[in-house]
Design a binder for this molecule. Structure first.
Ligand SMILES: Cc1cc2nc3c(=O)[nH]c(=O)nc-3n(C[C@H](O)[C@H](O)[C@H](O)COP(=O)(O)O)c2cc1C
Length: 329
């Protein structure tokens, strides 16, 4: 049997399939099941600073309204305001981490620089194996150049990596102009891994109600091609571990990710679509492919089809429409 083990920012994983931050981590029983079925690790869904602010202000409003009706209600029946903050999330991260032996990673999405550092430290104290920085800003202001947004990201990452001693990965958006340059900045800021890429829900418009709708669709395997290209381009050009996320829907997709140069993959949609036992289907496919090719470890083929290692090095850089159009003439 081939050895599927890998290193994820220095953390040893028994295989490269990591459950991505998602609703799968909402219940400890589900996380235990993930471990039982054999995933390499799991990322708990993000601690969102905005959610905490929202919860606190909703609770504050409620307590103020309640106190106007009956002054005792404030102290007698409802929890102190601190308990509506990050504490609930932190307690639950620690509880989940204690319930399993596989490495558990936390994820953070904050707004203010101070909150990034405070929450990162508090998450580290829960005993997690590493932290994922889930940073995303929609560049909606025409007065802000992209370089300012990139600098803001890199500054936050430097502050977080200074504040904690666990490995930090950055979950990137696919929309940077120069992804390799941003990745270089993240490495200099002390990140140990880069998750390529986050998948953002795009709002739609309902033509009957003439309003916005947020419709939640899972990814397809086809969507893997964007991160596949970037992993292949970056392999061998950064010290950081490359973690391929978005569109991993089969064991063959995992093989492609490793061939491109990924240290590991993250998957959510395929597991939400097919159920958690699908982890073992993907693992069996990976194992069968390796056995057929007589590979004994992931290192034997990692990066074999990266830009650095293929003959057609420009194949990853140039769009191939011209060839396609000529073939169709
Ligand atoms: C229901 C659901 C919840 C998610 N929650 C988070 C989250 O809290 N933090 C985060 O960084 N990504 C979150 N994601 C994004 C996933 O981690 C992942 O990046 C994305 O789904 C792409 O991977 P996939 O193609 O395997 O689904 C969520 C995705 C889903 C489907």
């Amino acid at each position: 049997m081939a050895d599927l083990s890998t290193s994820y920012m220095g953390v040893a994983l028994k295989n490269p399939i990591v459950v991505a931050a998602s609703s799968i981590s909402n219940y400890v029983d589900k996380v235990k099941k993930v471990e039982e079925i054999g995933a390499g690790a799991l990322v708990i869904r993000s601690l969102f600073e905005e959610q905490i602010q929202y919860d606190q202000s909703t609770m504050q409003d409620f307590l103020e309204r309640a106190a106007n009706i009956s002054p005792e209600i404030h102290s007698s029946f409802y929890p102190p305001m601190e308990d509506t903050g990050p504490r609930e999330h932190l307690m639950w991260v620690e509880k989940t981490r204690r319930a399993v032996e596989m490495p558990i990673f936390a994820s953070l999405n904050a707004v203010s620089p101070g909150a990034w550092v405070d929450y990162a430290k508090q998450l580290e104290e829960t005993g997690i194996a590493g932290l994922e920085v889930n940073y995303y800003i929609v560049a909606a202001d025409p007065n802000v150049p992209g370089s300012d947004l990139e600098k803001a990201l890199i500054d936050i990452v430097a502050k977080v990596t200074d504040a904690v001693s666990i490995p930090v990965a950055v979950k990137l958006s696919p929309y940077y102009t120069s992804t390799p340059n941003v990745v270089k900045g993240l490495a200099e800021a002390g990140a140990k891994g880069v998750v390529m890429f986050n998948r953002f829900l795009q709002p739609d418009i309902d033509v009957d109600t003439e309003s916005l709708v947020n419709d939640m669709r899972y990814s397809s395997s086809q969507e893997m091609k964007v991160p596949l290209r970037w992993v292949a381009l970056l392999y061998g050009r950064t010290e950081m571990d490359l973690i391929l996320n978005t569109g991993i829907h089969s064991g063959k997709d995992v093989v492609k990710a490793i061939l491109a140069g990924a240290a590991a993959v993250q998957s959510a949609s395929a597991l939400l679509d097919n159920g958690l036992p699908y982890i073992s289907t993907m693992l069996m496919e990976l194992q069968a492919w390796m056995d057929e090719k007589d590979y004994k470890s992931l290192d034997e083929f990692r990066g074999k089809v990266s830009q650095k290692n293929v003959e057609d090095a420009f194949g990853f850089e140039r769009a191939q429409y011209m060839q396609l159009l000529m073939a169709q003439q």
